[in-house]
Design a binder for this molecule. Structure first.
Ligand code: IPD
Ligand code: CA
Length: 264
């Protein structure tokens, strides 16, 4: 099917409205949705697939020629290999927080074109905040332009070190120890997408994770870059389908952080 040739701004407008609708649906089950485990500490609620289906159907209707990759139900609209445009979606990022009624989760939608995010939108329903970025168009929280932090000392820096059971705890502890020994404080708040938002908004100086999936970080990576930050080459190799290590930081500390985490 032919690819729709709407402008990036039209697509951004569409996806911003869709992320807000999806966030409203998700929020109906905040702290109450029935949940189960996909694996150790890998939570699934009844709402994750429902929200993903809403997003998938809306995108399929608006952009029928595009491929879609969602955390819960995988690929539709063609294969990822060779797809020009792929929508990469995490219906609920921070699901463990969401299931426990902790107010840190979001809907994350990115449009990846020729292997690079060109649009990224993240809706934080607990605070009704909509973050949006377009390649070359800046990163925004509503009408407020975002910029990374100017902090240039590790002993004044706050770094989020994301954690999952996909990598051994000892490797995560070793990375955290190196970052703390360099003087930074370390956080782990349970949403990779919102951790990247915090880097873009200048609330944190960096985000590092040994392995993360593309749906957790594709939108956030664009937000960080459009806010003046730096990131590693997350989409290298099979990053889109299989995930990769992730590093994002403000411009002043990125190189030091890359050496400390060994992820740059
Ligand atoms: C997880 C969160 C977490 C990150 C993990 C992700 P989920 O996604 O983003 O912060 O460290 O790598 O898997 O399970 O909440 O959708
Ligand atoms: Ca996720």
């Amino acid at each position: 099917m032919a690819r729709m040739t709407t402008s990036l701004d039209d697509r951004l407008d569409f996806v911003a409205r869709l992320a807000r609708r999806a966030g409203e649906l998700a929020h109906g089950g905040f702290g109450t949705a029935a949940s189960s485990l996909k694996g150790r500490h890998d939570v699934l609620t009844e709402m994750d697939p429902k929200v993903e289906r809403l997003i998938r159907a809306a995108i399929a209707q608006a952009y029928p020629g595009d491929a879609f990759l969602g955390e819960e139900e995988g690929v539709s609209g063609g294969s990822l290999a060779g797809a020009g445009r792929v929508w990469v979606v995490d219906p609920i990022d921070g699901t463990a927080n969401y299931a426990r009624g902790i107010d840190r989760y979001c809907v994350s939608i990115a449009c990846v074109e020729d292997g690079r995010p060109c649009l990224g939108v993240i809706h934080d329903p607990c605070h009704d905040r909509l973050y949006a970025a377009r390649a070359g168009g800046g990163a925004w929280l509503g009408a407020q332009r975002l910029a990374v932090s100017p902090v240039d000392r590790m002993d004044a820096a706050a770094i989020e070190c994301g954690w999952s059971t996909r990598r051994p705890a000892r490797d995560w502890l070793a990375m955290v120890t190196r970052v703390m020994d360099a003087g930074a404080q370390v956080r782990r708040s349970g949403s990779g997408a919102l951790g990247l938002v915090d880097v873009a908004a200048g609330r944190l100086e960096g985000y590092a994770e040994l392995h993360i999936n593309s749906w957790d970080c594709a939108a956030g990576l664009l937000l960080v870059r459009e806010a003046g930050g730096r990131t590693n080459d997350f989409f290298a190799g099979d990053g889109l389908a299989a995930g990769n290590p992730l590093l994002a930081g403000n411009a002043a500390l990125y190189d030091e952080l890359a050496a400390l985490t060994r992820l740059g």
